[in-house]
Design a binder for this molecule. Structure first.
Ligand code: PGA
Length: 256
């Protein structure tokens, strides 16, 4: 059975509520003129303070709302953090976890990411678990060891029983925001490896159903060749998701 492509925008710390509403108005017009096929899933993860405005602005557009992070506890004295149920209340369907910026700029260890994955799943949302090697790690021939370890440790507290409970994103750190996209062969090679590693943890039928996104300088120009790879099931898109027109083109390119 074919996996449903998923294209998710990660706005990072960009777009106020006003900009999100403007983005949405343009995106709605583009969708009306050129809708993507129903079998493609599209999502956007804005900053926390923009969630509610974007939720309202999206209305009935078939776009899933996502968050860029969550805490693993349901409530309590955790200044500055947001609980999974709060994100559900804001309309979120998925949460990006273990993004390289969280790992490298904010020092998030695998152990904490694993707790977040389990908590997000318990709240009924889909965790989008990101893994990826740095440039020195790739140069030293350690790509597989790094992503396998991030995957295994990230799933320490949650093992998917079906393919739709989890999304993975392979995001080589050297490709994020650099304009240096992985080649289709590099993406396929890493993502095939990840699917095999997942099969070792959860069994082949579950691994077969889990979508593995590619992330790192995806653009409307390179999306089609990347998604043509058998283990590239969609994209996690940073910079190219900020412009509604560019993101719409990218979604159409991914839809084939
Ligand atoms: P980019 O970011 O598309 O700007 O490279 C991808 C990501 O960080 O998810």
């Amino acid at each position: 059975m074919a996996r449903t492509p998923f294209v998710a925008g990660n706005w990072k710390m960009n777009h106020t509520r006003a900009l999100a509403r403007a983005w949405c108005a343009t995106f709605r017009e583009l969708y009306a003129a050129h809708p993507w096929p129903a079998e493609v899933e599209v999502g956007v993860a804005p900053p926390f303070t923009t969630l509610e405005a974007l939720h309202d602005a999206l209305g009935k557009l078939p776009v899933l709302l996502g968050a860029q992070n969550a805490h693993h506890e349901p409530k309590g004295a955790f200044t500055g953090e947001i609980a999974p149920d709060m994100l559900v209340e804001a309309g979120c369907a998925f949460v990006i976890l273990g993004h390289s910026e969280r790992r490298h700029l904010f020092g998030e260890p695998d152990e904490r990411i694993a707790r977040k994955v389990a908590a997000v799943r318990r709240a009924g949302m889909t965790p989008v678990l990101c893994v990826g090697e740095t440039e020195p790690e790739r140069d030293e021939g350690r790509m597989q060891a790094v992503v396998e370890s991030q995957l295994r440790k990230g799933l320490e507290h949650f093992r998917p029983a079906t393919g739709d409970q989890l999304v993975l994103a392979y995001e080589p750190v050297w490709a994020i925001g650099t304009g240096r996209t992985a080649t289709p062969e590099q993406a396929q090679d890493a993502q095939r490896f990840l699917r095999d590693a997942l099969a070792g943890l959860c069994g082949a039928p579950v691994a077969h159903g889990v979508r593995i996104l590619y992330g790192g300088s995806v653009t409307p120009a390179n999306a089609a060749t990347l998604i043509a790879q058998p283990d590239v099931d969609g994209f996690l898109v940073g910079g190219a998701s900020l412009d509604a027109g560019g993101f719409h083109k990218l979604v159409l390119a991914a839809a084939g």
